[in-house]
Design a protein around this ligand. Structure first.
Ligand SMILES: NC(=O)c1ccc[n+]([C@@H]2O[C@H](COP(=O)([O-])OP(=O)(O)OC[C@H]3O[C@@H](n4cnc5c(N)ncnc54)[C@H](OP(=O)(O)O)[C@@H]3O)[C@@H](O)[C@H]2O)c1
Length: 281
């Protein structure tokens, strides 16, 4: 039995889709009604990292698990402890490429490093997935693209080797279903580093419209992020953006090709499959 967490989120949603109906899959979700795209055969159970009894129930009989957490705290620790107690063999954890960068010392990256460390020390078999920024982060631009034909972002020219979430999910599924991925830490990128201006140009090209790019100052970016995240996370994201300005996020890794046997999807591919989100009424 494979347990998938984070199935209502960006990567987990694709993982359950890729796993398909042939495998025994259980999905842990805070609200099972919000899980879409899973096989009808999947066993969807209610659970929360904060509720240890729910973790024990979800992990019973599970041999491999996909772990996604997205807040500062001890969710990973609780999950790994419960996985050990339940006799899980192998955990595939969604981490981040920034853990490779000694110059990245923001709160989120420090937490990812610490949780990678506790999984490595747990005695469980592990695989670490370390993606660069998800191409889907640009969905945050959709409202201003639709309503004003404008993209507003920090750091218009600094580049990031952003990755398609579907490629991250495909690597996760291989690690969950094939032998040979134990003890591997996979850095996952797209095929080329792109700036926010490059992405804006590609979006405008495929939409067939003139899209303006407005570079946000630090205060404006802080205010915008503050609508979605608590202040400590906002500061971590701004610190992480500084590493991008310092060109720490542009290196391309061959891992998607090596693990899946096909090249990483481009941003143009991602846009082509998500154009409707950016189209005006
Ligand atoms: N975004 C990027 O560019 C990027 C790049 C590299 C690495 N990462 C890493 O990717 C991870 C986030 O992945 P994602 O974007 O796929 O996730 P996401 O879209 O942020 O969704 C988070 C998932 O975790 C679930 N979750 C949150 N708290 C939970 C709890 N207490 N108990 C059970 N489930 C809980 C959420 O369920 P609900 O629907 O119930 O909230 C949701 O399914 C983070 O570790 C981040 O550091 C992100």
């Amino acid at each position: 039995m494979i347990l998938v967490t984070g199935a209502t989120g960006t990567i987990g949603r694709e993982v359950v889709r890729c796993l398909g109906p042939e495998r025994d899959v259980r999905i842990l979700a805070r609200d099972p009604a919000r899980v879409v795209g899973a096989s009808p055969c999947a066993d969807v159970v209610a659970g929360d990292y904060a509720d240890e009894a729910s973790l024990a129930r979800a992990l019973a009989g599970v041999s491999r698990a996909f772990l996604v957490t997205n807040r500062i705290g001890d969710d990973d620790e609780r999950f790994v402890r419960a996985a050990r107690a339940a006799g899980v063999r192998h955990v595939v954890k969604l981490s981040a490429a920034a853990v490779n960068d000694a110059g990245a010392q923001d709160l989120i990256t420090r937490q990812q490093r610490a949780t990678e460390g506790l999984l490595r020390a747990s005695g469980l078999a592990w695989t670490l997935l370390r993606p660069r920024s998800f191409m889907s982060n640009t969905l945050a631009w959709a409202p201003s693209v639709r309503e004003e034909r404008v993209v507003r972002a920090l750091n218009g020219t600094s580049r990031n080797a952003c990755v398609d979430p579907r490629d991250v999910a495909e690597v996760a599924v291989r690690a969950l279903t094939q032998e040979g991925h134990t003890g591997c830490a996979y850095t996952l990128t797209g095929p080329e580093p792109l700036s926010a201006r490059d992405q804006t140009r590609e979006l405008g090209r495929q939409l067939g419209i003139e899209l303006a790019f407005e570079e946000l100052g630090l205060d404006a970016a802080r205010a915008l992020l503050g609508r979605r995240y608590p202040p400590t996370v906002v500061e971590a994201l701004l610190e992480s953006a500084r590493r991008q300005e310092e060109n720490a996020k542009s290196a391309v890794a061959p891992t998607v090709l090596e693990v899946t046997g096909r090249p990483a999807r481009s941003y143009a591919d991602w846009v082509a499959d998500h154009l409707s989100a950016f189209r005006g009424p």
